[in-house]
Design a protein around this ligand. Structure first.
Ligand code: HEM
Length: 399
């Protein structure tokens, strides 16, 4: 009886059904159409449900969003709305990323600014001036989702390009090098920077223990303990693809490349005391910096460059170092930088859970014209990121 009465005063009852149309209108669009809207590439692209009343997951108006169906005040099992609302809530927080849980991101575009079609057949790199929608996520590595985002740590620098030939991910860092070169040491590296399993305290002894026993990790270790470990927010840092990749052209010829993304206004970094003060004052400093810049209409920009190595040059004996070892950089004198594009961020997410938490980047997601190099860490990362995401998000990923 109570329910029948509430039905007649359901919020939004009697509203024209057309109000709900925006919710489902793009159900048959392909991923490119949808992301072009989400990224702000195409106008009127708001994807959020902005209906004037509450609905259940099927889009049916809730009879009474503030009261459950009861018999003598006791909620009953046939109240499908009550059950669905609670079940939805129970599942509304994903497991944190095992690594890089604290982060935020934004949409924008990549613009090709130089002709590199002789080196790669990737369709989004064929024409100067071509723009490709992107989503980027920035993060700290080993600290928890709610930890201050200005704390000492490397920064994740992940880019998803929504190209005409599928989604291409570059899953990089603000360091050009990593702490280990053999994937079997990966979990040890991360654990050495994570909390002590005995008492859950931060434990720099473990970090130094690993660095002391892993000489190849000391380049990244020095960056970690320098001001590179405390960049001034997400927007004042450079980004690197770190690994070597292959660019392959239409004739099947290839070169090896390394990606560099240089912050438009240069790198800015904080000192240890500045970073500690900011972490205490505003744990969301880096996330807010990006958000506020975009809300203020600023375009946040990086210049994209590559170092290029011909296959015949990729000889460890001649070079004196293994070019596929991710603990090494390629000397810029011998392998100069070539500009090929720019990354521009200009649209904030509409829904953090949908757009940022559910974003799933994988070094294995490459498009025709871009391939892996024989870097052993890259090879294994190409497999295990999706595995981490099948566990974290389930099989339905926002790719
Ligand atoms: C073997 C060493 C490594 C291990 C075990 C590892 C592990 C992981 C895991 C489990 C995630 C979470 C994936 C998810 O749930 O979405 C992750 C994220 C990430 N990793 Fe690694 N990683 C390693 C090396 C690297 C390297 C070398 C780089 C950079 C070149 C890197 C950059 C990133 C970034 C940027 C993310 C965050 C992506 C996002 O924003 O969602 N990782 N890593």
């Amino acid at each position: 009886m109570e329910t029948m009465k509430s039905m007649s005063r359901a919020v939004g009852a009697g509203e024209p059904r057309g109000n709900r149309m925006s919710h489902m209108m793009s159900a048959n669009e392909g991923p490119m159409d949808i992301i072009a809207k989400v990224s702000g590439h195409v106008k009127n692209g708001i994807r959020e449900d902005d209906g004037p009343y509450f609905t259940n997951n099927e889009g049916i108006p809730l009879p009474d969003p503030e009261h459950s169906k009861t018999i003598g005040g006791i909620p009953i099992a046939s109240d499908v709305h009550l059950f669905q609302k609670q079940q939805h809530f129970n599942r509304s927080k994903l497991a944190e990323r095992a690594v890089h849980p604290c982060g935020s991101g934004a949409f924008g575009y990549f613009e090709t600014t130089a002709d590199v079609s002789d080196m790669t057949k990737a369709d989004f790199l064929q024409h100067v001036g071509a723009k490709t929608p992107i989503f980027m996520r920035f993060s700290t590595v080993t600290l928890g989702r709610e930890f201050p985002d200005e704390a000492r740590n490397p920064r994740g620098f992940a880019i998803k390009f929504y190209t005409g030939e599928g989604n291409y991910d570059i899953v990089g860092l603000n360091f050009p090098v990593f702490f280990c070169r053999d994937p079997i040491q990966g979990p040890d590296v991360i654990r050495s920077q994570a909390r002590n399993p005995k008492n859950f305290f931060l434990d720099y002894d473990a970090t130094f223990d690993l660095l002391g026993a892993t000489p190849e990790g000391n380049h990244a270790g020095l960056m970690f303990f320098s001001d590179h470990g405390t960049p001034d927010g997400w927007i004042n840092e450079h980004g690197y693809g770190c690994h070597a990749f292959k660019w392959v052209n239409k004739k099947g010829e290839f070169v090896y490349i390394k990606y560099h993304f240089l912050a438009k206004h240069g790198q800015k970094q904080l000192t240890e005391p500045e970073a500690i003060r900011i972490s205490g004052e505003n744990p969301d400093y880096s996330k807010m910096q990006l958000w506020d810049a975009i809300e203020a209409g600023e375009e946040v920009e990086w210049t994209a460059k590559v170092q290029i190595m011909k296959p015949e040059e990729a000889d460890a004996e001649k070079l004196g170092f293994d070019p596929f070892d991710v603990t090494k950089v390629w000397p810029r004198k011998e392998f100069p930088m070539h500009e090929f594009g720019k990354l521009v961020l200009n649209k904030n997410p509409e829904n953090y859970h949908r757009d940022v938490e559910q974003a799933a980047f994988s070094p294995g997601s490459m498009v025709p014209g871009i391939e892996d190099s024989p870097d052993p860490l890259l090879q294994f990362r190409m497999f295990f990121y999706r595995d981490a995401q099948y566990h974290r998000i389930g099989m339905i990923l926002r790719l």
